[in-house]
Design a protein around this ligand. Structure first.
Ligand code: GDP
Length: 193
């Protein structure tokens, strides 16, 4: 592994529970079922990261992991629109907004998007928030193995056009490890800023 000493730090459901805001961190977000946990698993080569975040009671929390000294990965909660109540969505919005507005160590967001769905309202909210606080976004257009090569290329072009210059985007597949090297390079580039 690139991060032999990687480990879980803490879960937060309020800013007072965030870990000390030093060093660098990269956040990972995605609408639920987009494939975020699978992407984290292969990128950091750490199965227990995503498992920790999927533990009942932790799925609505911000989960902090140390990758190495002063370099963290932060797994942000996602949700599916059909599944949550208005109050859950409001709490999510508030917590995420506080996180993005306060975090000095935040260097970038990896946004995991299911290639068959494209950008959702959930993704647009995060893109707007990142734009407002000047945090760069890199989109992983995941599950690209589910489409034929030509279809995946078209979907990539469509999302790239939709994003314009608000984010960079690449094809990804946790299953086939497509785009894994590029995703790791992007993670490291964010962490080194
Ligand atoms: P999360 O809710 O965003 O963390 O999503 P998961 O990582 O749990 O993935 C949701 C579903 O999509 C699971 O059934 C995964 O096996 C599947 N999945 C995730 N990534 C891929 C991928 O790259 N290719 C394919 N074919 N399936 C994937």
């Amino acid at each position: 592994s690139q991060y032999p000493d990687a480990h879980f730090l803490t879960s937060a459901n309020a800013p007072s529970q965030f870990v000390a805001d030093t060093g660098s961190e990269v956040a990972v977000a995605g609408r639920s079922n987009a494939g975020k946990s699978s992407a984290i698993n292969v990128i950091v080569n750490r199965r227990q990261f995503a498992r920790t975040s999927k533990t009942p009671g932790r799925t609505q929390l911000i989960n902090f992991f140390a990758l190495r000294d002063e370099a963290r990965l932060v797994d942000l909660p996602g949700y599916g629109f059909a599944k949550v109540t208005a109050s859950t969505r409001a709490h999510w919005g508030q917590l995420i907004q506080q996180y993005f507005e306060q975090r000095q160590s935040l260097q970038g967001l990896l946004l995991v998007v299911d290639i068959r769905r494209g950008l959702t309202d959930f993704d647009q909210q995060l893109l707007a928030l990142c734009h407002s606080v000047d945090v760069p976004v890199h989109v992983l257009l995941t599950k690209c193995d589910k489409l034929k090569r030509g279809q995946a290329a078209s979907a990539l072009l469509a999302v790239r056009r939709e994003l314009a210059d608000t984010a960079t985007v690449q094809l990804f597949s946790a299953l086939k490890r497509t785009g894994l090297d590029d995703a790791r390079v992007q993670l490291d580039a964010f962490l080194q800023q």
